[in-house]
Design a protein around this ligand. Structure first.
Ligand code: DOR
Ligand code: ZN
Length: 342
């Protein structure tokens, strides 16, 4: 072993939370260092639900990331938008798509959608204009069944809006992969943590708040189905970290916030997984090519060279008065970033 290297061209994180304020200052550079671009989620305390808010948020993220080779793909928080608003959004340089949260299913989603029937006209306009719909697909049911219970909604959307690009965000189940295979207009993001974890890791032994996220990690056969899709280079499966930082005091407490902070270790851990399974040649498709093809993206030019020299993951990342615990805190990851070329 030793001295393996792989160069990834334009790695993209298709689902990223960078927050705002001090937390944004701390986390944005970590993604910018390792990725050529990212889809920025709109679930701020005050959701990003109009063009002005999106524009000013993009400016803040750009400034915090401080990297001219990190392309921002901005999303709006789903509500009923007029055709005029949607056309105006499309004319904005960083606009990417619209993220739909069912009301109340996760962090800052209280303003989410209560009835899909009531938003059909917006979906129709998005379909006609070619604006991607990104969906947090969970019901309000029993926690382990929430994704499965939402699958009929995905199916209905896929059938009712056959030209609409629908991304099933952070899928966690074998059943979701199966549905994906049945509809050409569905695609999906898969996180690093759902490739690594099952519910046993979260609470099968000592309870691990830093591994608690939504959707919660599921069963081993679900994890294996996700792995299989990703490692086989499934053309409609893309990497989205769902890296979702919360300050340590919001994780290590009685009401632990959902979210795993994986941005600084994501690429290295993916390299480990793909290498272990003899599928390192499929990593490029998962972390960049599939997304570029699906969405016609032109990311910034960035080459990230990974090598199999271990990376020591810090116990925490601190700065700007913030403290966050990353995925694999205190552990060694067998791959690291050797160099980044722009
Ligand atoms: O674990 C999660 N954290 N899942 C989500 O859907 C939202 C995210 C967050 O914003 O904290
Ligand atoms: Zn998310």
């Amino acid at each position: 072993m030793g001295h393996m290297e792989i160069t990834i061209t334009n790695p993209l994180d298709m689902h990223l939370h960078v927050r705002d304020g001090e937390m944004l200052q701390l986390v944005a550079p970590m993604s910018a260092r390792n990725f050529a671009g990212a889809v920025i989620m709109p679930n701020l305390v005050q959701p990003v639900a109009n063009l002005q808010a999106m524009h000013t948020y993009a400016e803040r993220v750009r400034e915090a990331a401080n990297d001219s080779h990190f392309t921002l793909f901005m999303t709006l928080f789903f509500r009923n938008y007029s055709e005029k608003e949607l056309r105006a959004a499309q004319n904005m340089p960083n606009f990417f798509g619209i993220k739909l949260y069912p009301a109340g299913v996760t962090t800052n989603s209280d303003e989410g959608v209560r009835s899909l029937r009531a938003v059909e006209s917006t979906l129709r306009h998005m379909e006609e204009l070619g604006i991607p719909l990104l969906v947090h697909g969970e019901s309000q049911g029993f926690v382990l069944d929430r994704e499965a219970e939402f699958l009929p909604v995905y199916r209905r959307l896929a059938e009712q809006f056959p030209k609409l690009i629908i991304c099933m965000e952070h899928i966690t189940t074998a059943a979701a992969i199966q549905l994906l295979n049945e509809h050409e207009n569905l695609c999906a993001t898969v996180t690093l943590h759902h490739l690594e974890l099952t519910l046993d890791d979260v609470l099968g032994g000592m309870m691990k708040p830093h591994l608690f996220c939504k959707p919660v990690a599921k069963r081993e056969d679900d994890r294996e189905a996700l792995l299989q899709a990703v490692l086989s280079g499934h053309p409609r499966v893309m990497f989205g970290s769902d890296s979702a930082p919360h300050p340590v005091h919001k994780k290590e407490c009685c009401e632990c916030a959902a979210g795993i902070f994986s941005a600084p270790v994501a690429l290295c851990c993916l390299a480990k997984i793909f290498a272990e399974h003899g599928a390192i040649d499929k990593l490029q498709a998962f972390v960049s090519d599939n997304a570029c093809r699906r969405y016609n993206l032109i990311p910034s030019k960035k080459k990230v060279i990974l090598c199999d020299t271990p990376m020591q993951v810090p116990m925490e990342y601190c700065g700007y008065g913030q403290k966050i615990t990353p995925l694999h805190a205190g552990e060694q990851v067998p791959w690291s970033i050797k160099n980044v070329e722009v």
